[in-house]
Design a protein around this ligand. Sequence first.
Ligand code: HMG
Ligand code: MG
Length: 299
Amino acid sequence: AFPKQVRLVEMSPRDGLQNEPGPVIATAIKTGLIDRLADCGLTHIEAASFVSPKWVPQMGDAAEVMAGIHRKPGVCYSALTPNLKGFENALAAGVDEVAVFGAASESFTRKNINCSIAESLERFAPVVEAARNHGIPVRGYVSTVMGCPYEGDIAPAKVAEVARALYDMGCHEISLGDTIGVGTPLKAKRMLDAVAAHVPVEKLAAHFHDTYGQALANLYAVLEDGVAVIDASVAGLGGCPYAKGASGNVATEDVLYLLNGLGINTGVDLNKLVATGHWICQQLGRHNGSKVGQALGGN
Ligand code: HMG
Ligand code: MG
């Protein structure tokens, strides 16, 4: 059965902007985006990434972004933290939640965070431990859950293994990333079934990129199986620097339109969200990747 309520986790300030080509986007644009998203009623915004600026230059101003936003009470502002150094910086910047990010593919893990899957888990353990000591919740990502740009098909059992390791380590929520958007609904269901045998479905989030236009269909499939947390990016912004050709997360506007149609509550205002999508596209000189955004216009 469908959930009555879904929590949308907004990815655009992080997943959306991390891969933007060209000069580093002004901090004021990033904070303007985050404040507008909070005003739409989104309660969880991935605001920044405390990674190496050599690896991801667009996220180099993470601390300035965190300092520049207007915190709205009740909103969780989270950030990626691949290691202890990232965690310390995120803590100093006052993030509400951090996230470690692994993958179900050895090659992708190597390209993305320069280590093996086993090493990544060893590296995350002290981050989760430090976060626990500071009362900061940790989210765990698993990338390449329905396919890898280097290895092709990924076994659902491998996804389940990594998801379970992150959950057992203390991550309160596991976000399942179709990094390159290659999944289709039955594949999504099979993958979810395998993971849900090890991690309660209430603890799982769907993080689907829309490269092949399947993300909404895949979301519908996993919603039916009880997933109630969905990652999305306004205007479909984004991609992954270590997954060539990958397009952004599914557009938040499109997910919200789907959920509204299903009578599933989110607390997010569609008109404000559409306006925010057009605003950020205008700032970036970028095409709006949301069908709903295009249909409803921006003015
Ligand atoms: P490394 O080179 O192996 O790390 O990178 P290192 O420990 O050897 O350090 C190298 C240099 O980086 C040193 O500086 C460190 O101080 C510095 P130097 O001595 O050369 O001047 N450094 C840092 N600086 C700032 N913050 C840090 C940090 N750590 C080290 N936290 C590392 C390993 C993990 C750091 C690197 O590979 C990295 O930053 N990777 C980030 C990759 C990334 O952000 N990818 C995109 C996000 S994941 C994603 O998009 C997928 C997701 O959306 C889900 C999905 O769609 O599937 C989540
Ligand atoms: Mg992603």
